[in-house]
Design a protein around this ligand. Structure first.
Ligand code: ADP
Length: 593
């Protein structure tokens, strides 16, 4: 309690008032005592002088001691003092209070000595006879002034008074001063406490406001109530609070912006501290590392990214203190990442910034492109090599053999046709891909799309010993399609079914409505497609089984996919190797208005 500011201010004042009161009490009472003693001394001397004058003639006349005793007693009563008449030789001649016979010679008493030498004397001392302090005043007794008695000494008159009264007076005075002093000290203490409380109130209010601010209430403010230092402090405090609030707001804003950027970034971002504890992780990084923010934060990098190459890279970055970049394959998820780990320092704390770029798609596209180029060269090389061989043979003399020359020319014609078809298909594909050949969409009945290709391919299927059935529900709604292109999709699918189904097989072309689209399917009982190839057969030039695909270009399904997607539909395949495949694709239903 006494550590409070108000007490620290008030206590010294209280102490000062108490010390001052005490000092004053001692000083004043001492002064009063001195004055009273001096008064008393003067009065006693005056009394003694009066009595000395009265007793002088009696001594001259040789009055006996009993009478003198009587006289001393009669004077002592009204004066309330002790009266002693002493002879010039120091023998007590008359005494008011004591037994004169018991008293010793008084010549050596200091007041007597001084009275004899200086004409008057006084002394204050403890009276062994009476048992308390007394003031004694003595004057010489001389005969009434006559010519002949000048300088003659008859004795000494002594008057004494106990000091008890004066001491009691001074004691009472001391008590009163002390009481008054205590009252003043109390009032001063109260006043000091009140003033100190009043002075420190703004400080207490400021403290409360600061505490509210510390607890998070940034709106805690105080109005300056005075123009003094405290008012100035209040104004400074408010200014500081404003600054903090503005800074906090801009910090929060910055944080929000940063969080938004991090969350919408395609790259994974992760920050670890010096020891490798994850301090920040964005959504992309949680996706790439197959974790969640709650699971990752506060954990070690090794736990969050349990991939050996990544951990090694992080360690290398820490040891070398330099940025490290490496391609990392996260085999478990089939991901291919470029990891960049950079050391950085923020607010004197070291940390590591880990950026993970998902290059899986880029790498896949690269593979597709590489395959495409190798495929196209391969596809072109076969017919070109055939042509070259035929030309060489003809030049080598076969041209002279008419029937052989005709046969060779026919084979050359076939090779040229294959090349032409391939080029045309590639052209068609690039036209569809680049949108140069817009679809001519119109409501079309599904039968119009299915029947013509099936009819065209039926002779070929029959030659291969296959049966084709078409299953179309009677109430099938029309679809929105470019008829020529949609028929091309069906032609490609049925043609594949014919090519990849051994004799005796069955090909079923069917359609059924599903939601706002129609699903068309071509099912065969053929060789099927290996699972690994299933996802890639729609790529250009991709052939699952090169030996069996015969004269195929590997473009048929790629074209089909682009046409279907151009219609806003989807195409997919299901297959069991050795049992057959089913290709599905959807076309949007025509809405009748
Ligand atoms: P191709 O001209 O070689 O038929 P496609 O693009 O039409 O080219 O087909 C790509 C590959 O998909 C084929 O080489 C084949 O391996 C596989 N494929 C397509 N349809 C079937 C099917 N019905 N049965 C088995 N394999 C198929």
């Amino acid at each position: 309690m006494f550590r409070r500011l108000r007490w620290r201010i008030a206590l010294p004042y209280v102490a000062l008032v108490l010390v001052a009161t005490l000092g004053l009490t001692v000083y004043v009472s001492d002064q009063v005592r001195q004055v009273r003693l001096a008064d008393l001394e003067a009065q006693l001397l005056a009394d003694a002088r009066l009595l000395a004058n009265s007793v002088a003639p009696l001594l001259q006349s040789g009055t006996d001691s009993e009478t003198l005793d009587e006289l001393a007693r009669s004077w002592a009563a009204p004066l309330e003092a002790r009266v002693t008449i002493i002879g010039a030789d120091g023998v007590v001649l008359g005494e008011s209070h004591e037994d004169r016979a018991q008293m010793d010679n008084h010549l050596s008493r200091p007041e007597i000595q001084r009275a004899l030498i200086a004409g008057q004397g006084s002394s204050t001392r403890y009276s062994a006879t009476l048992g308390y302090e007394m003031m004694y005043a003595a004057v010489p007794i001389q005969p009434a002034t006559t010519q002949d008695s000048e300088g003659q000494l008859l004795g000494v008159m002594r008057v004494a008074l106990p000091l008890g009264e004066i001491e009691a007076n001074v004691g009472r005075l001391r008590q009163n001063i002390l009481l008054a002093g205590a009252g003043v000290a109390l009032a001063a203490a109260l006043l000091a406490v009140v003033i100190a409380g009043h002075t420190t109130r703004p400080v207490r209010e400021l403290t409360a406001a600061a505490e509210r601010m510390a607890a998070g209430d940034l709106d805690a403010r105080l109005l300056p109530s005075s123009r003094d230092e405290v008012g100035q402090l209040t104004r400074s405090f408010s200014h500081m609070a404003d600054q903090i609030r503005t800074q906090m707001m801009s910090l929060a804003e910055e944080r929000g912006r940063l969080a938004a950027v991090l969350d919408h970034m395609a790259d994974g971002v992760l920050i670890t501290d010096e020891s490798g504890q994850v301090r920040l992780i964005n959504a992309a990084a949680t996706r790439l590392l197959d974790t969640s923010e709650e699971r990752a934060l506060g954990r070690s990098f090794t736990q969050v990214a349990p991939h050996h190459p990544l951990i090694e890279l992080w360690k290398a970055c820490r040891e070398l203190g330099q940025e490290q970049v490496e391609m990392v394959e996260v085999s478990r998820h089939g991901l291919f990442l470029q990891a960049i780990i950079t050391p950085f320092e923020v607010a004197s704390a070291e940390g590591y910034l880990v950026i993970l770029q998902d290059l899986t798609r880029v790498r896949r596209l690269e593979t597709v492109r590489r395959d495409f180029i190798s495929n196209i060269s391969h596809e072109l090389r076969t017919p070109l090599a055939g042509l070259k061989a035929l030309v060489d043979t003809l030049r080598g003399g076969a041209i002279k053999d008419r029937s052989a020359a005709k046969r060779f020319l026919k084979r050359m014609d076939i090779e040229v046709d294959t090349l032409t078809q391939m080029v045309e298909e590639l052209l068609e594909l690039s036209r569809i891909e680049s949108g140069q050949a817009p679809l001519r969409l119109a409501p079309t009945s599904v039968a119009e799309l299915v029947i013509p290709p099936v009819d065209r391919l039926r002779p070929q299927a029959e030659r291969a010993g296959l049966e084709i059935t078409v299953l179309l529900p009677p109430e099938l709604p029309p679809v929105v399609a470019d008829p020529d292109r949609a028929r091309l999709v069906l032609t490609n699918l049925v043609h594949n079914a014919v090519k990849f189904t051994p004799p005796g097989g069955l090909i079923t072309v069917a359609a059924e409505p599903a939601g706002d689209e129609v699903i068309l399917s071509v099912q065969d009982t053929g060789v099927g497609i290996p699972v690994d190839d299933l996802s890639r057969i729609f790529e250009r030039f991709y052939k699952a089984d090169r030996a069996r695909s015969g004269g195929g270009t590997g473009l048929g399904l790629a074209i089909a996919k682009h046409i279907v997607q151009g219609h806003g539909g989807r195409i997919w395949a299901e297959s069991v190797e050795g049992q057959g495949s089913t290709f599905h694709f959807t076309l949007p239903m025509a809405v009748e208005r």
